[in-house]
Design a protein around this ligand. Structure first.
Ligand SMILES: [Zn+2]
Length: 340
């Protein structure tokens, strides 16, 4: 949307000043308010989406206008205490409506048991994070070929599991979370060959979040045909691009890997803001400089949770959670920690 483009431009201007304070609100990442309700700090911000800094991994929290909250992925093992649980506590989130585990890789599933167990690390105690609805997965089988997922056995008997299908819509009040790809199927019925052995990243659940005209694509680790020769990943992004169209914010695929964020996808999506979830000191070369250059060239302001192995200066490095606050008008702003 035009007005969102203007907002994004303002964000770029502010970010380019070397200071990470964003318009509207200060960071709430460091303030702990146990027992407070969602959005209590600012009732004029109905929807809040937070890219949590879990190091090399992925976790996204949606706090909806209805007061419901959804967690998309749970980061790697060990990141929970430092990142996810403190954030849930500071936002007053003690119950999740749903959890979506995009695929069975440890950097997305490994923290799940820790999240559910709460701050004391013990399941079945008063501080457990409750799940009101379902835990969505891309399929029911455990550790399929190509996946190294963990955390499954710890929670599979405790919470209802539900297979996400492309085309599924999860309503969080007026916020719509749409499954646009899952297990190699796209919402228009297209089936992508995810190879043999299966490429687990290509099987990811990918989500389109819509609210009041605001549109954000959470790509998980879907692939776009890139890779290190001779291996070439299955291309989910190119056929998915026309189904998604223009978006405001992109949660970039696969930690900024060169498997993903291909040009055809970016040409269609034209994100104003791109967020890369990546950890310092990772072993994967994430994010790839070519990908970051492509995102910048597409006109996106690029944010990263951590620097990773990037040597380009343009992206804004949050060193903490990146919060997108969306107003009832569909306008949004971005808040980073460390703005004091
Ligand atoms: Zn990943």
């Amino acid at each position: 949307m035009r007005r969102n483009a203007v907002i994004a431009f303002i964000i770029i201007l502010l970010a380019s000043c070397g200071h990470v304070s964003m318009p509207g609100r200060g960071s709430s990442a460091g303030s702990s308010q146990p027992g407070s309700n969602h959005n209590e700090e600012d009732a004029s911000v109905p929807l809040r989406i937070t890219a949590i800094d879990v190091g090399q991994g992925d976790a996204t929290l949606i706090e909806a206008p209805s007061g419901e909250a959804m967690l998309i992925d749970a980061g790697p093992p060990g990141a929970t205490d430092a990142a996810i649980l403190p954030l849930l506590e500071s936002r007053g989130v003690r119950e999740l409506s749903q959890i979506i585990i995009t695929h069975f890789h440890e950097d997305h599933t490994g923290g799940l048991s820790e999240v559910l167990a709460g701050r004391d690390g013990l399941a079945g105690t008063a501080d457990d994070i409750k799940v009101k609805g379902d835990i969505y997965v891309r399929g029911i089988e455990e550790n399929s070929a190509g996946g190294d997922g963990t955390g499954w056995t710890a929670w599979q008997d405790s919470y209802p599991r539900r297979i996400a299908h492309a085309g599924d819509r999860i309503k969080l009040g007026d916020c719509d979370v749409e499954v646009v790809a899952a297990d190699g199927m796209l919402e228009d019925g297209t089936a992508i060959d995810y190879g043999e052995p299966p490429d687990e990243n290509a099987r990811s659940i990918a989500l389109l979040i819509s609210y009041a005209g605001f549109r954000m694509f959470v790509a998980a680790d879907i692939t776009g045909g890139g890779g290190d020769p001779p291996y070439q990943t299955p291309d989910i992004e190119t056929p998915l691009a026309p189904l998604i169209g223009k978006i405001d914010v992109l949660r970039a695929a696969h930690h900024g890997s060169n498997t993903s964020s291909n040009q055809a996808f970016l040409d269609a999506a034209k994100p104003d803001v791109a967020i890369i979830s990546v950890g310092d000191g990772n072993d994967y070369g994430h994010p790839h400089a070519d990908v970051v250059e492509r995102l910048l060239a597409s006109g996106a302001a690029v944010y990263q949770t951590e620097r990773g192995l990037l040597e380009i200066d343009e992206p804004t490095i949050a060193h903490g959670p990146i919060t997108i606050s969306v107003k009832e008008s569909g306008q949004y702003d971005i808040t980073l920690p460390g703005d004091d």
